[in-house]
Design a protein around this ligand. Structure first.
Ligand code: GRF
Length: 211
């Protein structure tokens, strides 16, 4: 069974969805860059090993990433899952985990990389928004797309109502994408992801569009 390590920074709702999805993986550990992250308590309640590597205790980004990689490698994961991990990673770190480091971003990439995606979506007046699971490359919020889910944007949406609608989809597509990885269904070819499964984009179809 494939081993995964999940990296978080805060509340850990995506991590929780992954822990509760009954996936054919061994969750080796949940690691946070913030010892006070709420998600660590949730992971411990699920009986998962937890660890913290506090970025504030390291003088540079490189030193932090080296310490983080040492901690991750001690669990020998096949896949490293960024789930609300709010640190920009160095190129060295990203390259070390090439093809086995994935992230979830709360927008339909390549639209709206970076922070405050729901505010940006509302400002632009887009009618469709969503979330993306992607392999991580050195460019922030960029990389081969594994799965996406779309949600409608309503005229009276606020960043909070939109975030809630998107988050519900995040909790569906992230466990699904990890299941595909666990079942060896994901192929990275020419920087594109092919998934060996019928209707691989089906999660998007679960979206509750208005009747
Ligand atoms: C999610 O919206 C995720 O897409 C983004 O940060 C948020 C983390 O939420 N990268 P949680 O910690 O998983 O609840």
């Amino acid at each position: 069974m494939k081993r995964i390590v999940i990296l978080i920074s805060g509340r850990g709702s995506n991590m929780q969805a992954i822990l509760e999805a009954d996936l054919p993986v061994e969750i080796a550990a949940v690691i946070s860059n913030k010892p006070e992250a709420k998600g660590l308590e949730i992971a411990a309640r699920h009986g998962v090993a937890t660890a913290a590597v506090d970025h504030r205790q390291h003088a540079s980004r490189e030193q932090f990433d080296t310490a983080l990689a040492e901690k991750i490698d001690s669990y020998q994961p096949d896949l490293v899952v960024l789930a609300g991990f709010m640190r920009i990673l160095t190129e060295g770190f990203v390259n070390r985990y090439q093809g086995r480091l994935i992230n979830i971003h709360p927008a339909l990439l390549p639209a709206f990389p970076g922070l405050d995606t729901h505010e940006k979506a509302l400002q632009e007046g887009v009618k469709v928004h969503g979330c993306t699971v992607h392999f991580v490359t050195p460019a922030v919020d960029h990389g081969p797309i594994v799965a996406q889910a779309a949600v409608p944007v309503f005229q009276d949406d606020t960043p909070d109502t939109l975030a809630t609608r998107v988050l519900e989809q995040e909790h569906l597509i992230y466990p699904e994408a990890i299941r595909w990885f666990a079942e060896d269904r994901i192929r990275l070819e020419n920087n594109r992801v092919n998934v060996d499964i019928a209707h691989a984009s089906a999660p998007a179809l679960r979206t509750p569009w208005p009747a």
